[in-house]
Ligand binder design. Structure first.
Ligand SMILES: [Zn+2]
Ligand SMILES: [Zn+2]
Length: 150
């Protein structure tokens, strides 16, 4: 399936094509925005997520990723890792996807109530999936969604 994620910069929201920058706070940006917003080249030695203001201190907190990976890449990326780590990676990837889908749903339907504000949407997602690990992907997705959607 091709990527259908939109750049999380609200002024851009273009479809992320083959490559994008993803963050550990579960945000995604197209390459031009990532460059413009200082994610690929840190400004003053620090990177801050434009969507939720999380300080991205570790090198892997914001990385360029291929959204249409080659067969070779799919074969090698998780090879050598233990089943536990493979499931952790898959679970975090699914949680990222679920978060983006929920965010997109809100954006397109404009469903807002008193308790779900723009600020609530910007809460870093990292804390949610870290707390949910490592009990398997279904649990992860369910807990991730129930935390956001009531
Ligand atoms: Zn963009
Ligand atoms: Zn973020």
């Amino acid at each position: 399936m091709d990527s259908t994620l939109l750049c999380n910069d609200l002024k851009c929201r273009s479809l992320c094509p083959d490559q994008a920058v993803v963050t550990t706070c579960s945000h995604i940006f197209c390459i031009p925005c990532a460059g413009r917003l200082g994610l690929t080249e840190p400004r003053d030695g620090q990177r801050i997520c434009p969507a939720c203001s999380t300080h991205l201190v570790n090198p892997d907190d914001a990385v360029i990723t291929s959204l249409n990976p080659t067969e070779d890449y799919k074969t090698s990326i998780l090879s050598g890792l233990s089943p536990t780590i493979i499931m952790e990676c898959a679970g975090r990837g699914l949680a990222f996807w679920a978060y983006q889908m929920v965010q997109e749903m809100w954006e397109s339907r404009k469903v807002w109530d008193d308790e779900i504000s723009a600020d609530a949407m910007a809460v870093p997602f990292k804390t949610i999936w870290l707390a949910a690990l490592p009990k398997g992907t279904h649990f992860l997705i369910r807990s991730a969604l129930s935390r956001i959607v009531r």
